[in-house]
Design a protein around this ligand. Structure first.
Ligand SMILES: Cc1cc2nc3c(=O)[nH]c(=O)nc-3n(C[C@H](O)[C@H](O)[C@H](O)COP(=O)(O)OP(=O)(O)OC[C@H]3O[C@@H](n4cnc5c(N)ncnc54)[C@H](O)[C@@H]3O)c2cc1C
Length: 475
């Protein structure tokens, strides 16, 4: 955490107040304390120990998109870092002001600007909370089919900036598939709009450049996103596969045949026993898998029948649908105590994605690099497969060490280093939907090779003074 001289902080504060109004700017210590940790484990542990790893010097809460651009201009003049903050639910440390400076809390940009029921799109400001937006859309029979488990905290801007995914992604896609266009403020350009449709031939697609940019290129101030009707029917099913291999084979065939279940969540044996079973309240073992099908009832009939036939061909046992419904009703319980671990435990999610040709090797590699060698720490590794594509799938590998003791941070970092090396060596990509932040920055060169230099060049063009979220994403 850098310490900008006090005199400089008060100068920047005065300049910001002059630019966007005194009441949008604060240096009150108790207000700054609210931004010392997102949900990145080392930040939570450091906070609990009273030694935060990050602390902004100024918090700014802009009420207009023009004010966001004015903040960047003022920060540029003073060379002050700017770190966007959406809901603070990120797991990678992306929203932490590790170099001091300004935290830009976007939650006052909270207007739903337009719901276009003909095109089925919504235009909303970046700070709109996910749950609030969903309620507003549902009243009109619509939904934004991006249902992350963090919907109660996360914002529209955070969804996009961290390149997220929701529980219905297998049918509707990740956030980048739902996005039409953006308004963004960058230090080099001020406020810019990307072209209003995602399919065009007027040059490269700039909208997508900002998806996953985690505040390192600029600040997303509004977005237009695709909606769908609330489905006439959502039907659940549950199966138990004889093995992870059999499950991957069956779901691959399902997707490659063109079917799109909305939910496919396949828990490996450890995850079934340690995560799925306690939440649904039964004593279970096997490779339990929840499926959902949605849309018009006739289409649901066909999709369900064919998916279950392919599962049965792979040796799956068909279970009562009630277990799938219970899982849906309790799906947020996974992220709250007693199911969500708490300090002094160490936890994290090794979230990796790969093609079908490689995913099983990645799964084995994570098992061998993390579950086996760390067994002596009491580590549990619960892996599930939750976002499926026609070409591959991802592994959500939640590890928990019950109590790391005095070496907890070192153990945490070692697990990540070993897990990422194993996943990359086996042909995986190190993240499907949680982003990079601080956590995965050290592995960006390994992941991207020389392409990382292209990303750095783009950053240098849009953010020449390197004020946008410095120190993140390995940039
Ligand atoms: C319990 C739990 C469950 C989760 N489940 C999911 C899940 O199912 N799917 C999923 O994808 N993620 C999940 N996450 C991770 C996290 O919630 C998502 O990444 C979410 O999209 C972050 O949104 P946020 O508004 O909280 O962003 P923040 O945490 O505030 O910020 C995340 C990053 O984006 C940047 N940023 C935020 N807003 C903007 C903006 N307007 N412009 C530019 N940069 C910006 C920040 O600087 C930071 O780098 C989960 C997290 C938790 C704690």
């Amino acid at each position: 955490m850098s310490a900008t001289p006090e005199i400089a902080v008060s100068e920047v504060k005065a300049a910001l107040a002059a630019a966007i109004g005194d009441d949008a700017v604060s240096t009150a210590p108790d207000e700054l304390s609210a931004y010392t940790a997102d949900t990145y484990w080392p930040a939570l542990a450091a906070n609990a120990a009273g030694t935060p790893i990050a602390r902004p010097e100024i918090v700014v809460r802009p009420r207009t998109e023009e004010a966001v651009a004015a903040v960047l201009e003022t920060a540029g003049v003073h060379g002050t870092p700017v770190v966007p903050w959406g809901g603070g639910s990120g797991t990678q440390g992306g929203a932490l002001a590790t170099e001091g400076g300004i935290v830009l809390d976007l939650r006052s940009l909270d207007r739903v600007i337009e719901i276009d029921e003909t095109s089925m799109t919504v235009t909303a400001q970046a700070g709109v909370n996910g749950r609030r937006l969903e309620a507003e859309l549902n009243e009109r029979g619509l939904m934004l089919p991006h249902y992350p488990a963090s919907v109660e905290w996360a914002t529209v801007g955070g969804y996009i900036a961290a390149r997220g995914s929701g529980v219905l992604s297998t049918r509707y896609g990740k956030i980048e598939d739902l996005l039409l266009s953006l308004r963004v403020a960058t230090p080099a350009t001020g406020l810019i709009e990307t072209v209003p449709v995602p399919r065009h031939a007027v040059g490269p697609e700039l909208t997508q450049l900002f998806v996953g940019s985690e505040g390192t290129l600029g600040v997303i101030t509004r977005a237009t996103l695709q909606l769908v009707p609330v489905p006439a029917e959502r039907r659940f099913a549950a199966v138990a596969f004889p093995s992870v291999h059999a499950g991957i084979h069956a779901i691959r065939r399902t997707l490659q045949a063109g079917h799109r279940p909305s939910v496919v969540r396949m828990y490996d044996e450890d995850a079934t026993r340690l995560a799925f079973a306690p939440v649904v309240g039964e004593d279970l073992s096997g490779v339990y898998t929840v499926l959902a099908f949605e849309g018009e009832p006739d289409a649901v009939d066909v999709e369900e029948r064919r998916t279950l036939e392919l599962a049965a061909e792979a040796g799956a046992e068909l279970l009562a649908p009630a277990i799938g419904e219970r899982w849906w009703d309790r799906r947020y319980d996974f992220y709250h105590p007693p199911h969500q671990p708490e300090l002094p435990a160490i936890w994290g999610t090794l979230d990796v994605v790969a093609t079908y040709s490689r995913i099983e090797a990645v799964y084995e590699a994570l098992h061998n690099a993390v579950r086996v060698p760390y067994a002596e720490t009491g580590l549990e590794l619960r892996m599930h497969f939750s976002h499926w594509y026609p070409w591959g799938t991802m592994i959500y590998g939640r590890f928990v060490v019950p109590d790391g003791g005095p070496d907890a941070l070192e153990i945490h970092d070692r697990i990540w280093a070993d897990g990422m090396k194993a996943a990359l060596d086996a042909g995986g990509v190190m993240n499907d939907h949680h982003g990079v932040g601080i956590k995965l920055g050290p592995y960006m060169r390994r992941q991207h090779g020389r392409a990382l230099d292209a990303l750095r060049g783009i950053k240098a063009a849009l953010d020449p003074d390197n004020i946008m979220n410095p120190g993140k994403m390995g940039l």
